[in-house]
Design a protein around this ligand. Sequence first.
Ligand code: CAA
Length: 262
Amino acid sequence: MSFENIIFEIDGAIAVIRFNRPKALNAINPDVLKEVNQAMDQVEANSGVKVLILTGEGDKAFVAGADIAHMVNLTPLQGRKFSRDGQELMFRLEALPIPVIACVNGFALGGGTEIAMACDFIYASENAKFGQPEINLGIIPGFGGTQRLARLVGKAMARELCMTGAMISAAEAKEIGLVNKVFPPDQLWEETMKTARVLASKGKVSMKAAKQCINRGYEVDLRSGCYMEADGFAVCITSPDQKEGMSAFLEKRKPEFKGELS
Ligand code: CAA
């Protein structure tokens, strides 16, 4: 399947989606949402893929937000649909049973910060910029930004960013806990791939359980989250990957995880 707004590649266990609308700094419109969903269909159908990376083509932008030219004349109903379609894509990224890394190589504004936050964690280049500038356009974040930002960095910081519309540097984003690691621009891709290869070497069943327990458990009270964890632990404890992981430890060798998701 060929795409016009993204570049999609699978190299062994690692799939990469590159946002690719250079003329609009990779801004998101309904066609981009559709193509990312189609690429994710392929990721989900391919049991060999163990990690997904999202990044921007070029060296200027990850995603400079939702496409303002698309939004300028939307009706309330069309606006709600665009927002809900974007939100559903974010939920889909969070529900994917494999880890998703946001490799942020430039502007990640509005919808760009929102997509990055729906990934499992963010690696950024020193020149990346984050923010929720929607207030400057007379709107608010629509792809989950008001919700995920508050959960990730706390209510006060989320309010400050959404209310001022200020852009922050990668270093500031790391300081507030939005970004995990910051690298010089020429090292970002290799460092992201290094971590992707580490993730790809782990067991699928335990990776899915860890991701789901953290993501779903974060939405509920501690005791309910711990019940989810015990259920996840129970699934892992009889899995082929558990047999391999523990045998490898006892035999003093490196594990080779080959278990499949049931
Ligand atoms: N939508 C549509 N086009 C965009 C865009 C966007 N979000 N961001 C940039 N572009 C376009 C510009 O219009 C420009 O096009 P032309 O060359 O045809 O004029 C091109 O990309 C290059 O942009 P600039 O000339 O502005 O580049 P710059 O280096 O001077 O500035 C920038 C870069 C600071 C990122 C600036 O482009 C900017 O502020 N972009 C808008 C960022 C924004 O407000 N994002 C939030 C969108 S709303 C949203 O995301 C809602 C939601 O949650 C769903």
